[in-house]
Design a protein around this ligand. Structure first.
Ligand code: ADP
Length: 193
């Protein structure tokens, strides 16, 4: 199994790049943002609870997200590997993920961190808001999401850097430029399927 985390601030292109990686390497995509939005649209108890946080640009509590990930990993057993997108977003989530994978005799092989200058992030997100239909892509909530990233998520990189698993990748070129840079790193572990 090969497991990868695509890391980076809101608007760094994780969703777009994940789609391309999934197609090329046949990994299972786990996006906590997508999973949460699905719960919200189905108005499940989890979704109703999560929406309160998401609408304010705040992180959903760790225990909610960790439980969701755990059942998703179980559901996809036999997968070639996973790409985690938007997860882990706190140290507690990173530690929980390490434990979950260890229990399955596997691990995170690499964390690819998309590096995009701060001033591009907001512009991209506001642009996306015009077509995405996402209620959290408006300027006020975007500012909160970026704040949460600096307060709680950016330190997750240090956790993986300490285990020599972090690779920084320039994320402000074209979609294809960025994909090439990411592929170069993934190819060290796994050939395209
Ligand atoms: P972006 O990366 O553009 O912020 P996401 O789709 O990853 O978008 O996340 C949208 C929202 O969903 C976040 O602002 C947060 O409220 C919630 N969320 C997603 N993933 C997590 C997570 N791993 N932990 C806590 N909250 C999360």
């Amino acid at each position: 199994m090969f497991n990868l985390i695509l890391f980076g601030p809101p608007g760094s292109g994780k969703g777009t790049q994940s789609e391309k990686i999934v197609k090329t390497y046949r990994l299972e995509h786990i996006s906590t943002g997508d999973l949460l939005r699905d719960e919200v649209s189905r108005k499940t108890p989890l979704g109703v609870e999560a929406k309160k946080y998401m609408d304010q640009g705040l992180l959903v509590p760790d225990e909610v997200v960790i439980g969701m990930i755990s059942s998703k990993i179980d559901e996809k057993h036999g997968a070639r590997g996973f790409i985690f997108d938007g997860f882990p977003r706190t140290r507690a989530q990173a530690e929980a993920l390490d434990k979950l994978l260890e229990f399955k005799d596997t691990q995170i092989h690499i964390v690819l961190s998309l590096e995009v200058p701060e001033e591009h992030l907001k512009k991209r997100l506001i642009g996306r808001g015009e077509t995405s239909g996402r209620t959290d892509d408006n300027e006020m909530v975007i500012t909160e999401r970026i704040k949460e990233y600096h307060a709680k998520t950016s330190s997750v990189a240090a956790h993986y850097a300490a285990h020599n698993k972090l690779e920084r990748v320039k994320g402000d070129g074209t979609i294809d430029d960025t994909f090439k840079l990411l592929s170069k790193q993934i190819d060290k572990y796994l050939l395209p399927a």
